[in-house]
Design a protein. Structure first.
Length: 112
């Protein structure tokens, strides 16, 4: 996995159009402070082909997660938001209660 650096945040979100219209596929809880979220999205760097993205959140200090049985009900039409405040990243799905606040985010691209 590659670290998502603060300097790359804007271009990362732009590349995937803020994950608008994406599909929330899976959440894996690695520990009480570490999670992996899998999304399927279109990649502008690959001619808008669909790919999967694993986002690993580490050193989480706050979160409101959903059960895997509920994630298919999440409306991803408006995409996600990732912001940075102090030393923490804040990840949220727009118009959803799902959010994670953490110190580190890593990502890995995969096949659709």
């Amino acid at each position: 996995m590659k670290p998502l650096l603060l300097n790359d945040l804007k271009s990362f979100l732009s590349r995937f159009d803020d994950f608008k219209g994406s599909e929330f596929r899976h959440i894996e809880i690695l520990s009480p402070t570490s999670f992996i979220v899998t999304l399927a999205t279109q990649d502008s760097a690959r001619g808008y082909d669909w790919i999967s993205i694993d986002l690993e959140f580490s050193d989480a200090n706050a979160a409101n997660l959903l059960d895997n049985s509920q994630i298919t009900l999440v409306d991803m039409a408006d995409g996600i938001e990732i912001s940075h405040h102090g030393t923490n990243f804040a990840f949220s799905i727009i118009n959803s209660t799902f959010f994670i606040e953490c110190t580190y985010i890593k990502y890995q691209e995969g096949s659709f």
